[in-house]
Unconditional design. Sequence first.
Length: 367
Amino acid sequence: MVKGKRNVKKKTPEVQITEDLVAEPKDPDALPNFSEEYVAWEREAGKFKLDTGRTSTNILEFIDNMGKVGRAQADGSRKTAESPLQQYLDKAKNAGKKGFFTPAQIQAVADLQTYLEDAMNSETSKVNPANIKFNDITSYDQQGKILGRRDIFGDFRTPKYVKFQRRHKDRTVERVPSHYYNTKAGKAKPPVWQALFGDGGLDFKHPSLLQLCKEFTEAIPKAEFINTPQKPLRLEKLERGAKRGVAAKWVYENLSAFRSWFDSKVKDPAYTFERSGNFLDRKVHRELIDEGSKRGKISFKLSDAESEKLLAWLGSKVKLDLDNVYLSISRRQLRNMAEIAGFKNKKTEGKVEKQDFSDWREIIKAV
Protein backbone atom coordinates (compact mmCIF):
# COMPACT_ATOMS: atom_id res chain seq x y z
CA MET A 1 0.00 0.00 0.00
CA VAL A 2 1.37 3.41 -0.91
CA LYS A 3 2.10 6.07 1.68
CA GLY A 4 -0.13 9.05 2.22
CA LYS A 5 -3.60 9.91 3.42
CA ARG A 6 -6.67 8.99 1.43
CA ASN A 7 -10.33 9.17 2.25
CA VAL A 8 -11.78 6.82 -0.34
CA LYS A 9 -14.74 4.51 0.14
CA LYS A 10 -13.70 1.17 -1.30
CA LYS A 11 -15.82 -0.68 -3.81
CA THR A 12 -15.14 -3.88 -5.70
CA PRO A 13 -15.72 -3.28 -9.39
CA GLU A 14 -15.91 -6.13 -11.86
CA VAL A 15 -13.28 -6.62 -14.52
CA GLN A 16 -14.36 -7.29 -18.07
CA ILE A 17 -11.64 -9.67 -19.20
CA THR A 18 -13.13 -10.02 -22.66
CA GLU A 19 -16.53 -9.30 -24.17
CA ASP A 20 -17.62 -12.80 -23.09
CA LEU A 21 -16.00 -13.13 -19.67
CA VAL A 22 -16.33 -10.99 -16.52
CA ALA A 23 -14.67 -11.55 -13.14
CA GLU A 24 -14.22 -9.86 -9.80
CA PRO A 25 -11.46 -9.97 -7.15
CA LYS A 26 -11.89 -12.69 -4.55
CA ASP A 27 -10.67 -10.18 -1.94
CA PRO A 28 -12.78 -6.98 -2.16
CA ASP A 29 -9.78 -4.86 -1.11
CA ALA A 30 -7.35 -6.39 -3.61
CA LEU A 31 -8.20 -4.07 -6.50
CA PRO A 32 -8.38 -0.28 -6.07
CA ASN A 33 -11.18 1.56 -7.83
CA PHE A 34 -9.09 3.91 -9.94
CA SER A 35 -11.89 6.39 -10.66
CA GLU A 36 -12.56 6.88 -6.94
CA GLU A 37 -8.85 7.17 -6.19
CA TYR A 38 -8.50 9.76 -8.95
CA VAL A 39 -11.39 11.85 -7.57
CA ALA A 40 -9.68 11.89 -4.15
CA TRP A 41 -6.36 12.90 -5.73
CA GLU A 42 -8.07 15.60 -7.79
CA ARG A 43 -9.73 17.00 -4.66
CA GLU A 44 -6.43 17.21 -2.77
CA ALA A 45 -4.66 18.75 -5.77
CA GLY A 46 -7.39 21.37 -6.04
CA LYS A 47 -7.04 22.31 -2.36
CA PHE A 48 -3.25 22.75 -2.49
CA LYS A 49 -2.66 26.47 -3.13
CA LEU A 50 0.30 27.72 -5.13
CA ASP A 51 0.96 31.40 -4.35
CA THR A 52 4.33 32.36 -5.80
CA GLY A 53 3.95 36.11 -5.54
CA ARG A 54 3.65 36.21 -9.32
CA THR A 55 0.62 33.97 -9.71
CA SER A 56 -2.01 32.44 -7.42
CA THR A 57 -3.41 29.08 -8.44
CA ASN A 58 -3.57 25.49 -7.20
CA ILE A 59 -1.90 22.24 -8.25
CA LEU A 60 -4.88 21.03 -10.27
CA GLU A 61 -5.13 24.23 -12.33
CA PHE A 62 -1.37 24.25 -12.81
CA ILE A 63 -1.41 20.68 -14.16
CA ASP A 64 -4.38 21.44 -16.37
CA ASN A 65 -2.39 24.20 -18.08
CA MET A 66 0.85 22.25 -18.46
CA GLY A 67 1.84 21.61 -22.04
CA LYS A 68 -1.12 23.43 -23.57
CA VAL A 69 -0.45 25.02 -26.94
CA GLY A 70 -2.27 28.06 -28.34
CA ARG A 71 -3.05 27.69 -32.04
CA ALA A 72 -4.06 30.55 -34.36
CA GLN A 73 -7.51 30.26 -35.95
CA ALA A 74 -8.73 31.59 -39.29
CA ASP A 75 -10.55 34.49 -37.60
CA GLY A 76 -7.39 35.61 -35.84
CA SER A 77 -8.33 34.16 -32.44
CA ARG A 78 -6.32 31.52 -30.65
CA LYS A 79 -7.57 28.12 -29.61
CA THR A 80 -5.84 26.25 -26.82
CA ALA A 81 -5.13 22.62 -27.64
CA GLU A 82 -5.46 20.05 -24.87
CA SER A 83 -2.12 18.94 -23.45
CA PRO A 84 -0.94 15.33 -23.92
CA LEU A 85 -1.15 14.78 -20.15
CA GLN A 86 -4.78 15.87 -20.11
CA GLN A 87 -5.54 13.52 -23.00
CA TYR A 88 -4.13 10.57 -21.04
CA LEU A 89 -6.04 11.66 -17.93
CA ASP A 90 -9.34 11.93 -19.83
CA LYS A 91 -9.02 8.32 -20.99
CA ALA A 92 -7.98 6.87 -17.62
CA LYS A 93 -9.83 8.85 -14.95
CA ASN A 94 -13.19 7.09 -15.40
CA ALA A 95 -11.75 3.59 -15.13
CA GLY A 96 -14.10 1.63 -12.88
CA LYS A 97 -16.64 4.46 -12.59
CA LYS A 98 -19.56 2.43 -13.95
CA GLY A 99 -18.97 -0.54 -11.70
CA PHE A 100 -16.47 -2.43 -13.84
CA PHE A 101 -13.19 -2.04 -15.69
CA THR A 102 -13.11 -2.61 -19.41
CA PRO A 103 -9.92 -3.75 -21.15
CA ALA A 104 -9.68 -0.29 -22.74
CA GLN A 105 -9.83 1.40 -19.34
CA ILE A 106 -7.19 -0.89 -17.88
CA GLN A 107 -4.95 -0.11 -20.84
CA ALA A 108 -5.61 3.62 -20.41
CA VAL A 109 -4.33 3.53 -16.81
CA ALA A 110 -1.24 1.59 -17.95
CA ASP A 111 -0.64 4.14 -20.72
CA LEU A 112 -0.96 7.02 -18.25
CA GLN A 113 1.57 5.31 -15.98
CA THR A 114 4.05 4.93 -18.84
CA TYR A 115 3.59 8.57 -19.85
CA LEU A 116 4.19 9.76 -16.28
CA GLU A 117 7.25 7.54 -15.82
CA ASP A 118 8.77 8.83 -19.04
CA ALA A 119 8.12 12.42 -17.98
CA MET A 120 9.58 11.87 -14.51
CA ASN A 121 12.79 10.41 -15.93
CA SER A 122 13.20 13.07 -18.61
CA GLU A 123 15.23 16.25 -18.17
CA THR A 124 13.44 17.92 -21.07
CA SER A 125 9.78 16.96 -20.58
CA LYS A 126 7.47 19.96 -20.27
CA VAL A 127 5.19 17.89 -18.04
CA ASN A 128 7.89 17.53 -15.38
CA PRO A 129 7.88 20.60 -13.08
CA ALA A 130 11.47 19.78 -12.11
CA ASN A 131 12.48 20.85 -15.62
CA ILE A 132 10.99 24.36 -15.48
CA LYS A 133 13.94 26.73 -15.70
CA PHE A 134 14.28 30.10 -13.93
CA ASN A 135 16.97 32.76 -13.90
CA ASP A 136 18.28 32.84 -10.33
CA ILE A 137 20.29 35.60 -8.64
CA THR A 138 23.69 34.63 -7.29
CA SER A 139 25.04 38.09 -6.30
CA TYR A 140 24.17 41.79 -6.26
CA ASP A 141 25.76 45.00 -4.92
CA GLN A 142 24.54 47.33 -2.19
CA GLN A 143 22.60 49.43 -4.68
CA GLY A 144 20.66 46.39 -5.87
CA LYS A 145 22.48 45.89 -9.12
CA ILE A 146 22.50 42.21 -10.04
CA LEU A 147 26.02 40.99 -10.63
CA GLY A 148 25.57 37.29 -11.21
CA ARG A 149 22.92 34.82 -12.31
CA ARG A 150 22.51 31.08 -12.77
CA ASP A 151 19.93 28.61 -14.03
CA ILE A 152 17.67 27.14 -11.36
CA PHE A 153 14.98 24.50 -11.88
CA GLY A 154 11.67 23.81 -10.15
CA ASP A 155 11.11 27.11 -8.33
CA PHE A 156 12.64 30.58 -8.38
CA ARG A 157 12.21 31.43 -4.68
CA THR A 158 15.74 30.71 -3.52
CA PRO A 159 17.14 32.34 -0.35
CA LYS A 160 19.15 34.83 -2.43
CA TYR A 161 16.12 35.79 -4.52
CA VAL A 162 13.90 36.23 -1.43
CA LYS A 163 16.53 38.40 0.27
CA PHE A 164 17.04 40.53 -2.85
CA GLN A 165 13.30 41.19 -3.21
CA ARG A 166 12.99 42.24 0.41
CA ARG A 167 16.02 44.54 0.43
CA HIS A 168 15.83 46.20 -2.96
CA LYS A 169 12.27 45.73 -4.24
CA ASP A 170 10.41 46.14 -0.93
CA ARG A 171 8.57 42.93 -1.68
CA THR A 172 7.92 40.04 0.68
CA VAL A 173 8.33 36.70 -1.06
CA GLU A 174 7.74 33.50 0.82
CA ARG A 175 10.82 31.35 1.15
CA VAL A 176 10.32 27.74 0.11
CA PRO A 177 11.95 24.47 1.20
CA SER A 178 15.20 23.64 -0.55
CA HIS A 179 13.70 20.55 -2.24
CA TYR A 180 11.53 22.87 -4.35
CA TYR A 181 14.50 23.88 -6.49
CA ASN A 182 17.76 22.47 -7.82
CA THR A 183 20.60 23.61 -10.04
CA LYS A 184 20.07 20.52 -12.24
CA ALA A 185 17.06 19.71 -14.39
CA GLY A 186 14.88 16.85 -13.18
CA LYS A 187 16.12 16.92 -9.57
CA ALA A 188 13.79 19.39 -7.80
CA LYS A 189 10.62 18.29 -6.02
CA PRO A 190 8.17 21.22 -5.97
CA PRO A 191 4.53 20.55 -4.98
CA VAL A 192 3.31 19.90 -8.52
CA TRP A 193 6.11 17.35 -8.98
CA GLN A 194 5.01 15.73 -5.71
CA ALA A 195 1.39 15.51 -6.87
CA LEU A 196 2.44 13.87 -10.13
CA PHE A 197 5.34 11.64 -9.07
CA GLY A 198 5.91 11.76 -5.29
CA ASP A 199 5.19 9.34 -2.45
CA GLY A 200 3.07 11.55 -0.18
CA GLY A 201 5.97 12.11 2.21
CA LEU A 202 6.69 15.82 1.56
CA ASP A 203 4.29 18.75 1.27
CA PHE A 204 1.59 17.03 -0.81
CA LYS A 205 0.31 14.48 1.71
CA HIS A 206 -1.55 12.26 -0.72
CA PRO A 207 -0.39 9.47 -3.03
CA SER A 208 0.71 10.91 -6.35
CA LEU A 209 -0.96 10.26 -9.67
CA LEU A 210 1.87 7.94 -10.66
CA GLN A 211 1.47 5.99 -7.42
CA LEU A 212 -2.24 5.51 -8.07
CA CYS A 213 -1.46 4.12 -11.53
CA LYS A 214 1.21 1.77 -10.19
CA GLU A 215 -0.95 0.57 -7.34
CA PHE A 216 -3.72 -0.34 -9.76
CA THR A 217 -1.65 -1.94 -12.54
CA GLU A 218 0.37 -3.96 -10.02
CA ALA A 219 -2.76 -5.12 -8.18
CA ILE A 220 -4.35 -6.83 -11.21
CA PRO A 221 -1.74 -9.60 -11.75
CA LYS A 222 -1.38 -10.12 -7.98
CA ALA A 223 -5.08 -10.48 -7.18
CA GLU A 224 -7.04 -13.71 -7.49
CA PHE A 225 -10.18 -13.30 -9.58
CA ILE A 226 -13.38 -15.32 -9.66
CA ASN A 227 -16.03 -15.70 -12.31
CA THR A 228 -19.47 -15.23 -10.74
CA PRO A 229 -22.60 -17.32 -11.39
CA GLN A 230 -24.42 -14.19 -12.61
CA LYS A 231 -22.10 -13.94 -15.62
CA PRO A 232 -21.00 -17.40 -16.79
CA LEU A 233 -18.85 -17.84 -19.89
CA ARG A 234 -21.44 -18.40 -22.62
CA LEU A 235 -20.06 -20.95 -25.06
CA GLU A 236 -23.20 -20.77 -27.18
CA LYS A 237 -22.39 -17.13 -27.92
CA LEU A 238 -18.79 -18.00 -28.76
CA GLU A 239 -20.03 -20.67 -31.18
CA ARG A 240 -21.97 -18.00 -33.05
CA GLY A 241 -18.89 -15.81 -33.32
CA ALA A 242 -15.14 -16.21 -33.70
CA LYS A 243 -15.06 -19.68 -32.09
CA ARG A 244 -17.68 -21.18 -34.39
CA GLY A 245 -17.61 -24.96 -34.32
CA VAL A 246 -14.70 -25.24 -31.87
CA ALA A 247 -15.74 -23.63 -28.55
CA ALA A 248 -17.28 -26.66 -26.87
CA LYS A 249 -14.53 -28.99 -28.09
CA TRP A 250 -11.81 -26.63 -26.84
CA VAL A 251 -13.34 -26.33 -23.38
CA TYR A 252 -13.75 -30.09 -23.06
CA GLU A 253 -10.17 -30.78 -24.11
CA ASN A 254 -8.46 -28.00 -22.14
CA LEU A 255 -10.33 -27.50 -18.85
CA SER A 256 -9.64 -30.60 -16.75
CA ALA A 257 -12.20 -29.95 -13.98
CA PHE A 258 -14.98 -29.64 -16.51
CA ARG A 259 -13.79 -32.68 -18.46
CA SER A 260 -13.78 -34.86 -15.34
CA TRP A 261 -17.26 -33.67 -14.40
CA PHE A 262 -18.65 -34.19 -17.90
CA ASP A 263 -17.02 -37.60 -18.34
CA SER A 264 -18.75 -38.75 -15.16
CA LYS A 265 -22.11 -37.84 -16.71
CA VAL A 266 -21.33 -39.64 -19.96
CA LYS A 267 -20.44 -42.82 -18.05
CA ASP A 268 -23.42 -42.63 -15.69
CA PRO A 269 -26.45 -44.66 -16.98
CA ALA A 270 -28.70 -42.12 -15.27
CA TYR A 271 -27.79 -39.69 -18.07
CA THR A 272 -28.89 -42.03 -20.86
CA PHE A 273 -32.53 -42.05 -21.98
CA GLU A 274 -33.67 -45.63 -21.40
CA ARG A 275 -36.08 -45.89 -24.34
CA SER A 276 -34.04 -44.23 -27.10
CA GLY A 277 -30.52 -44.66 -25.73
CA ASN A 278 -29.81 -40.94 -26.35
CA PHE A 279 -27.64 -38.79 -24.09
CA LEU A 280 -29.77 -36.76 -21.66
CA ASP A 281 -28.37 -33.35 -22.60
CA ARG A 282 -31.34 -31.53 -21.02
CA LYS A 283 -30.55 -33.03 -17.63
CA VAL A 284 -26.89 -31.97 -17.86
CA HIS A 285 -27.92 -28.51 -19.09
CA ARG A 286 -30.15 -28.01 -16.05
CA GLU A 287 -27.27 -28.92 -13.75
CA LEU A 288 -25.02 -26.36 -15.43
CA ILE A 289 -27.42 -23.43 -15.79
CA ASP A 290 -30.59 -22.21 -14.16
CA GLU A 291 -32.77 -22.07 -17.25
CA GLY A 292 -34.90 -19.26 -15.82
CA SER A 293 -32.30 -16.78 -14.54
CA LYS A 294 -29.46 -18.02 -16.81
CA ARG A 295 -27.17 -18.10 -13.75
CA GLY A 296 -24.38 -20.62 -13.59
CA LYS A 297 -24.85 -23.41 -11.04
CA ILE A 298 -21.47 -25.20 -11.11
CA SER A 299 -18.08 -23.54 -10.70
CA PHE A 300 -15.12 -25.25 -12.38
CA LYS A 301 -11.70 -24.74 -10.81
CA LEU A 302 -8.84 -23.60 -13.05
CA SER A 303 -5.14 -24.25 -12.57
CA ASP A 304 -2.75 -21.35 -13.17
CA ALA A 305 -1.81 -22.83 -16.53
CA GLU A 306 -5.47 -23.33 -17.50
CA SER A 307 -6.33 -19.77 -16.48
CA GLU A 308 -3.53 -18.41 -18.66
CA LYS A 309 -4.50 -20.70 -21.53
CA LEU A 310 -8.19 -19.78 -21.36
CA LEU A 311 -7.48 -16.04 -21.38
CA ALA A 312 -5.11 -16.43 -24.32
CA TRP A 313 -7.70 -18.48 -26.22
CA LEU A 314 -10.32 -15.77 -25.62
CA GLY A 315 -7.87 -13.12 -26.84
CA SER A 316 -7.72 -11.27 -23.53
CA LYS A 317 -5.32 -8.34 -23.21
CA VAL A 318 -5.85 -8.35 -19.45
CA LYS A 319 -3.37 -10.56 -17.60
CA LEU A 320 -4.78 -11.91 -14.33
CA ASP A 321 -5.20 -15.06 -12.27
CA LEU A 322 -8.69 -16.49 -12.83
CA ASP A 323 -9.53 -19.03 -10.13
CA ASN A 324 -12.67 -20.56 -11.67
CA VAL A 325 -15.24 -20.35 -14.42
CA TYR A 326 -18.98 -20.95 -14.74
CA LEU A 327 -20.07 -22.30 -18.12
CA SER A 328 -23.23 -21.84 -20.12
CA ILE A 329 -23.36 -24.50 -22.85
CA SER A 330 -26.20 -25.14 -25.28
CA ARG A 331 -27.85 -28.55 -25.44
CA ARG A 332 -26.57 -29.05 -28.99
CA GLN A 333 -23.02 -28.35 -27.78
CA LEU A 334 -23.51 -30.84 -24.94
CA ARG A 335 -24.56 -33.54 -27.41
CA ASN A 336 -21.47 -32.84 -29.51
CA MET A 337 -19.31 -32.98 -26.39
CA ALA A 338 -20.82 -36.35 -25.47
CA GLU A 339 -19.64 -37.76 -28.81
CA ILE A 340 -16.16 -36.32 -28.23
CA ALA A 341 -16.19 -37.92 -24.78
CA GLY A 342 -16.95 -41.30 -26.31
CA PHE A 343 -20.70 -41.61 -25.67
CA LYS A 344 -22.36 -44.24 -27.88
CA ASN A 345 -26.05 -44.95 -28.29
CA LYS A 346 -26.17 -48.68 -27.57
CA LYS A 347 -29.74 -48.91 -28.88
CA THR A 348 -28.77 -47.89 -32.41
CA GLU A 349 -25.15 -48.99 -32.52
CA GLY A 350 -24.64 -51.82 -35.01
CA LYS A 351 -28.16 -51.62 -36.52
CA VAL A 352 -27.03 -49.72 -39.59
CA GLU A 353 -24.96 -51.94 -41.83
CA LYS A 354 -22.46 -50.00 -43.88
CA GLN A 355 -22.47 -50.95 -47.61
CA ASP A 356 -19.39 -50.90 -49.78
CA PHE A 357 -19.94 -48.89 -52.97
CA SER A 358 -16.31 -48.75 -53.98
CA ASP A 359 -17.02 -51.24 -56.85
CA TRP A 360 -19.28 -50.01 -59.73
CA ARG A 361 -20.92 -53.45 -59.89
CA GLU A 362 -22.16 -53.00 -56.31
CA ILE A 363 -23.70 -49.66 -57.26
CA ILE A 364 -25.65 -51.33 -60.14
CA LYS A 365 -26.88 -54.05 -57.75
CA ALA A 366 -28.10 -51.44 -55.31
CA VAL A 367 -29.98 -49.59 -58.07
